[in-house]
Design a protein around this ligand. Structure first.
Ligand code: HEC
Ligand code: HEC
Length: 272
């Protein structure tokens, strides 16, 4: 009996080890869409997650972010504001009208004359078109609606535009990315461009892409925005974080999305 137990334990350990090895090997790497990308290969954060975390993301039934998508769907159909309209009144079937939108944002908005992200796009519709109050950044409704919106681009390739009127925003974002900051005097590239695949404390460093956002983080026990992640990464190097929805972060968001152009949209993903 003891012998059988020992053989079983050893074989379970072996399987776990093989699975770990396999996870590193099956990391899907591809060439970036733009040859000007400083990364020679682009890899989604998904492949730096444990197999258990990936499994949560892969199964809509287990993915805890599904609750946010459901809430987003309810809000999509809810009449609000002085114009007495719901999102659906103008946009109809979200499956059709929102398809691909999540892959294109941040994007330049002609009326605002600015590059805006998906959260800001949603709020513009609330203010401009529904005559309703904007949702607060990082509030439940805004996270739900951005998760809902992005879910219709799942599997499509990230494809943000950075030329023309978006160029200045892109350049500002790039500058931010490479600027050293905080007491540790580090920039984003030191962790996510030059050190991905290495461990930092208990974390395996990824390339820090945005294709999974908004994301359900096990640490947060809820869905959070990319700007929440930016704030966390700023604080890690003991730098002062910027405000949610700040110009600096939207520019950084555009630049980061471009680094991941060609990756599949996974939002809402699951991460540790
Ligand atoms: C009264 C009609 C109306 C309502 C209500 C409305 N929108 Fe819009 N939406 C528009 C129009 C028109 C545009 C095109 C840009 C513009 O003129 O603002 C747009 C653009 C968008 C876009 C960008 C699409 C793209 O291809 O870039 C998104 C996303 C969006 N709306 C989401 C929403 C959401 C979410 C709601 C509800 C909270 C909503 N809209 C409510 C009329 C509306
Ligand atoms: C000291 C190292 C460090 C620095 C500097 C740093 N990060 Fe991170 N970042 C991490 C760690 C650790 C994680 C969690 C594991 C992972 O995905 O790399 C993370 C995760 C991320 C993620 C989530 C990736 C995903 O797939 O969920 C994004 C996006 C990100 N960082 C962006 C940035 C940006 C932008 C900067 C610069 C403002 C930055 N990081 C600076 C350590 C760092």
């Amino acid at each position: 009996m003891k012998y059988i137990v020992r053989v079983l334990t050893v074989s379970i350990m072996m399987t776990a080890l093989i699975a770990q090895g396999a996870s590193a090997q099956t990391r899907k790497s591809q060439r970036p869409a733009d040859p000007a990308n400083p990364l020679r290969e682009i890899i989604s954060g998904y492949y730096f997650s444990s197999l258990a975390t990936r499994a949560l993301q892969d199964d809509d039934f287990d993915n805890p972010a599904s609750l946010w998508i459901q809430e987003g769907e309810a809000l999509w159909n809810k009449v609000e504001g002085q114009a007495n309209k719901a999102c659906a009144s103008c946009h109809g079937d979200a499956k059709k009208s929102l398809r691909g939108v999540g892959a294109r944002y941040p994007a330049y908005d002609k009326q605002a004359k600015l590059v805006i992200n998906i959260e800001q796009r949603i709020n513009l519709c609330r203010v401009r078109n529904m005559k309703a109050a904007p949702w607060r950044y990082e509030s439940g409704p805004l996270l739900s609606m951005s998760a809902f919106t992005k879910s219709f681009s799942r599997g499509m390739k990230v494809a943000v535009k950075v030329d023309g009127p978006a160029k200045q925003s892109f350049e500002n974002g790039k500058k931010f990315y490479y600027q050293r900051r905080g007491q540790l005097n580090m920039n984003c590239a030191q962790c996510h461009e030059f050190s991905y695949g290495n461990r930092i404390r208990s974390d395996l460093l990824s390339q820090g892409h945005s294709n999974g956002f908004p994301t359900y983080r096990l640490k947060w026990q809820k869905v959070g925005s990319l700007h929440r992640r930016f704030r966390g990464c700023n604080k890690q190097v003991r730098a002062e974080p910027y405000k949610y929805g700040s110009r600096e972060y939207v520019d950084l968001e555009l630049y980061l999305a471009w680094r991941g152009n060609g990756l599949e949209v996974e939002a809402p993903s699951v991460r540790r």
